[in-house]
Design a protein around this ligand. Structure first.
Ligand SMILES: [Zn+2]
Length: 67
């Protein structure tokens, strides 16, 4: 097994972890229902995109499958 030759210093360890932070998910308000969704994606709550109805009520279909 490969073993590190030197102990990683706190500085080196923290420099490595400088990229580990979580980034905020960018979201926009739906023009149809006002819920937050990913930009350039269909709205999860009403199924519309650019004020056009793309999917018929995706939430209702999911709920009916659970029951
Ligand atoms: Zn919506």
């Amino acid at each position: 097994m490969a073993v590190p030759k030197k102990k990683t210093s706190k500085s080196r360890r923290d420099m490595r972890r400088s990229h580990d932070g979580l980034k905020l998910i960018q979201s926009v308000e739906c023009q149809n229902c006002g819920a937050l969704h990913l930009p350039h994606h269909i709205c999860n709550s009403c199924g519309s995109y650019n004020k056009n109805q793309i999917v018929k009520r995706p939430k209702d279909t999911v709920d009916s499958k659970k029951d």
